[in-house]
Design a protein around this ligand. Structure first.
Ligand SMILES: Cc1cc2nc3c(=O)[nH]c(=O)nc-3n(C[C@H](O)[C@H](O)[C@H](O)COP(=O)(O)O)c2cc1C
Length: 185
């Protein structure tokens, strides 16, 4: 197995992170690698919000406001999650323009997804772990507005980033032969 195959197979989504800081310049370098994803029209349909140090509290507060119930309470589960988010070194919010044309939207989503997988793999090679999260609250207008995402933009992911404290076991994948139809004549 070559190094690229191994990197693809061994990358895992990380939920437990060390407290060690991740250098923002390294994340910028990695995003500059990841941007070489395939992208029809090369329109680079992404922008990023990177929360670090004191700025993380803005991300956490946006999350908490989105969790507030109609009677103004924040559920204990959300408060616990907020503490977990505070403990993660970096949060990267990935935003895509919503093109009203279905084909362009799909192409853009494909390009952003390819870009994010490049990012995950390039980071993994350097020992940096992350998880792509698409929780319900990224669709919540309260969260969107609090972080400055405009109408006509879509949050694709929040990537939670740090050095892995625990690498989970892989979840087995199906042999591709079971999903493959070969048409040879
Ligand atoms: C579009 C997308 C959304 C995801 N959203 C979540 C999420 O909200 N919460 C979560 O725990 N993992 C999320 N994941 C990560 C998957 O759960 C993870 O990739 C899967 O469990 C396989 O684990 P692995 O990446 O370690 O192989 C998401 C992955 C993708 C591609």
């Amino acid at each position: 197995m070559n190094a690229i195959d191994q990197n693809i197979i061994e990358r895992r989504s990380i939920k437990k992170f060390k407290v060690d800081a991740v250098n923002v310049e390294e994340i910028i370098e990695l995003l500059n690698v990841a941007k070489w994803a395939p992208n029809h029209k090369v329109n680079e349909p992404w922008r990023f919000l990177l929360y670090t140090d004191g700025g993380k509290e803005k991300f956490v507060q946006a999350f908490l406001e989105a969790m507030r119930t109609p009677d103004g309470e924040i559920p204990p589960k959300a408060l616990n999650k907020a503490d977990y988010f505070r403990s993660i070194p970096l949060h990267l919010v990935v935003v895509m323009p919503e093109d009203p044309r279905q084909r362009r939207w799909d192409e853009d989503y494909g390009a952003v997804s390819s870009m994010l997988q490049n990012f995950q793999l390039a980071a993994w090679e350097r020992g940096i772990g992350m998880i792509w999260r698409s929780n319900d609250w990224i669709y919540n207008p309260v969260f969107r507005e609090a972080i400055g995402v405009k109408p006509g933009e879509k949050i694709i992911a929040t990537m939670m980033i740090g050095y892995p404290a625990h690498v989970p076991a892989k979840q087995e994948r199906t042999d591709i032969r079971e999903k493959l139809t070969i048409i040879s004549e």
